[in-house]
Design a protein around this ligand. Structure first.
Ligand code: AMP
Ligand code: MG
Length: 392
């Protein structure tokens, strides 16, 4: 059995970024990182644009201008303005070359076919110049940039439809257990609804990992062996739930051994989640998490989360940890370091009732995990605690 620190170190050191390329439609590239630099195919904006609803002027010394027409957004017009002439113009419309400034409509008094302004307007006011954001052929976004919604919008504004991004891992979730049935089916005596695959899938989706398949196996050695062999061959990351403990019907450990998986660790001195396996076969990493739902989710956040961040070359690969004052008392059972479901609010943290690793309701109400190290056995109100903030 190894310590949490050693287990974390092994995960961090073992997993390398998966730097493979894939091409995605831009609208489905959110959360990915650019594999290559992107150069702009156009000037952006592609023409001089009005930044306001107002009037485009060919300035002279006077404060009165003759109106000679109108340009709306999308119009393809280039009226020739002489000095002292103006056109009505709207936001996003092309500013004619012969106009040298735009005055907002709030600053204008209209008298039939002429307008007057109160003060002289400097040239190039309220005009977005051609290529102001980026010019054709220059670097728009650097490789490695994470595609946020703003980045997706920016690339789309350049007319880009597809982007080359760093591939995300193909992930398999494998559940084990004869007792598990799908929601929608009637529960027979001895059965429970399968929940870990849905829970893990939703954590993956919320972290922008979409290439996930789900596999269910019964507690039978042969099927465990053949299914694990298949998913380990086909995926970059395999997350197994249950069957890793020491019961007579826990076949995952034996199957992983039979498949010659390189074991990095199996059992960590922690609560919950003592039986947890991490191994590698070729380039595929395998985590076998405890079946108890709250333990599985805790182990996901502590270990698998880091693996996912490392595989996708993210620098901030651990969940944020902060210190906060406890609003609860707690007595630790046993000497293992413990992860406790908790609520963090206003710089304080409260440890929730119902810490059993089978209880998900408590987890559903928490937004943080309190970490109690080995040498802490009792928590008093106002003790400073280490808090791991969970992603929303
Ligand atoms: P195991 O790790 O297989 O011994 O399972 C530990 C506990 O977690 C047992 O009570 C199982 O019924 C439960 N469990 C295992 N897998 C799941 C799952 N996918 N969904 C819900 N509960 C599960
Ligand atoms: Mg089981």
């Amino acid at each position: 059995m190894i310590s949490i620190e050693e287990a974390l170190r092994l995960v961090k050191n073992t997993i390398k970024p998966l730097l493979k390329e894939t091409v995605k439609p831009v609208e489905k590239a959110g959360g990915y990182k650019l594999y290559k630099d992107v150069f702009s195919p156009i000037n952006m904006p592609p023409f001089r644009q009005s930044a306001m609803d107002g009037y485009a002027l060919n300035l002279n010394d006077s404060l009165t201008y003759n109106l000679i027409g109108e340009i709306k957004a999308g119009d393809n017009l280039q009226p020739n303005l002489k000095k002292g002439q103006a056109v009505r113009i709207f936001t996003g419309a092309p500013v004619p070359e012969t106009a040298n400034t735009v005055v907002m409509q709030e600053k204008v008094v209209v008298n039939g076919h002429s307008i007057s302004i109160q003060n002289q307007i400097p040239v190039n006011t309220n005009i977005r110049s051609e290529g102001e954001q980026v010019t054709k052929g220059t670097l728009a976004l650097t490789r490695g940039t994470k595609l946020t919604p703003a980045a997706i919008g920016f690339l789309s504004s350049l007319g880009i439809k597809e982007v080359s991004v760093i591939k995300k891992p193909l992930i398999a979730i494998v559940t084990t257990g004869n007792e598990l049935v799908e929601a929608g089916e009637e529960l027979e005596y001895g059965q429970i609804y399968e929940s870990n695959s849905k829970m893990l899938l939703s954590t993956l989706y919320s972290l922008n990992f979409y290439d996930v398949t789900i596999h269910k196996i019964e507690d039978d050695y042969k099927t465990t062996l053949s299914k694990l062999k298949e998913v380990i061959t086909d995926n970059d990351l395999v997350i197994i739930s249950g069957g890793i403990s020491v019961g007579d019907y826990d076949f995952v450990g034996k199957a992983l051994q039979e498949l010659s998986i390189t074991e990095h660790f199996y059992k960590v001195k922690q609560k919950p989640g003592k039986p947890i396996f991490f191994g590698t076969k070729d380039n595929t990493h395998i985590f076998a998490l405890p079946g108890n739902p709250a333990a599985a989710l805790t182990c996901f956040y502590i270990y698998v989360y880091i693996a996912l961040q490392k595989m996708t070359n993210n620098e901030a690969f651990e969940l944020p940890r902060i210190k906060a004052k406890s609003t609860s008392k707690f007595i630790k059972n046993g000497d293992r370091p413990q992860f406790l479901k908790a609520v963090y609010e206003d710089e304080k943290v409260s440890i929730l009732e119902g810490q059993s690793s089978a209880m998900l309701q408590t987890f559903a109400l928490s937004n943080a995990i309190v970490f109690l190290p080995e040498n802490v056995s009792e928590i008093e109100i106002n003790d400073m605690l280490e808090v791991i903030l969970l992603p929303n």
